[in-house]
Design a protein around this ligand. Structure first.
Ligand code: KIV
Length: 314
């Protein structure tokens, strides 16, 4: 096989090549159903997904990702997720702030540690919040190192394109695994005139494509693409060697992510149009609270079976 032929063979068979390397290097066994290349849920793995596993899924079965911020939610989600993101969206959905910019590194570390305690299989990634990485590679390194050392998470996520590529490269050169995030950047939405779909016009298209190439080249193991036109997300996915994880992007991305509170119906202030609701847990919480209030007011709760040292109800 000549060099160009073997390059194109490798490109076409990239997923199988990556997957083979992953299985080989990590000596893990994924229980695949006979005659099928389906990747099973994380609960069928006997260890936590690493960033190498995530990277090896380029072109393969879609990566399944959601945000998680607490131990109990991580426990519920973990069996089904390849990756859990401790996103700075928690500023809005957990703390009720107007934007994602109000959280500190300490807050992210606390939530990252909780999610690590609640998960066994998913690769856990923690967002570096606004103001903790943009100033210099050294600032980014010290923030990222704190997050990884203090939480035990597998990687950090940084928002930004070509303008932060040198920071991403500095981190990856120092063995800090980085998940990129390009397109609509919530940390910068205010300064860019709001939550707007990116890459619609020729200039924006070129810029976003360039962002994808720059962050992949800087060593990110995967890249979140948020809020852009479908064709562009697909083209970026086809142009880079690491998995793309879409949110408001394209079904062709190598994986998908949503804010779990949006998908589960826990956050009701607004629902972006790219979200699909899989449950209405907020309504379940409200109806449970209504039933509890009724029982307390009618003295139906507590029953004697809920009390200590009281005769049991017949
Ligand atoms: O903070 C977050 O939850 C995110 C996702 C929207 C990708 O960055």
């Amino acid at each position: 096989m000549d060099a160009s032929l073997s390059a194109s063979f490798l490109k076409k068979n990239r997923f199988f090549f990556n997957y083979f390397c992953m299985l080989n290097s990590a000596s893990i066994s994924l229980r695949c159903s006979e005659g099928s290349s389906e990747v099973k849920n994380a609960k069928d793995l006997d260890r936590r997904n690493s960033v190498i596993d995530i990277k090896a899924r380029k072109g393969g079965p879609p990566l399944v990702c959601l945000t998680a911020y607490t131990k109990p939610m991580a426990q519920w989600l973990d069996p089904y997720m390849d990756l859990l993101l401790v996103g700075d969206s928690l500023a809005m959905v957990v703390y009720g702030l107007e934007t994602t910019r109000g959280v500190t590194l300490d807050v992210m570390i606390n939530h990252g540690s909780a999610v690590m305690r609640g998960s066994k299989r998913a690769c856990v990634v923690v967002d570096l919040p606004h103001g903790t990485y943009e100033n210099s590679p050294a600032q980014a390194f010290s923030s990222a190192k704190r997050v990884l050392d203090e939480t035990g998470a597998q990687a950090v996520k940084l928002e930004g394109g070509a303008e932060i590529a040198d920071i991403v490269r500095y981190l990856t050169d120092k063995n800090i695994p980085v998940l990129g995030h390009i397109g609509l950047l919530p940390q910068k939405a205010e300064s860019r005139g709001g939550y707007k779909i990116q890459g619609r016009d020729g200039e924006g298209w070129k810029q976003l494509m360039n962002d994808g190439l720059a962050i992949a080249d800087a060593g990110a193991f995967a890249i979140v693409i948020e809020g852009t036109v479908e064709v562009l997300a697909r083209e970026i996915t086809e142009s880079i060697d690491v998995p793309t994880i879409g949110i408001g992007a394209s079904p062709s991305c190598d994986g998908q992510i949503l804010v779990s509170d949006d998908a589960l119906g826990l956050f009701s202030d607004f629902t972006p149009s790219f979200v699909k609701r899989y449950a209405e847990l907020g309504e379940d919480v409200a109806s449970a609270a209504r039933a509890y209030a009724k029982d307390v007011r009618s003295r139906d709760f507590p029953g004697l079976e809920h009390c200590f040292g009281a005769p049991k109800n017949k």
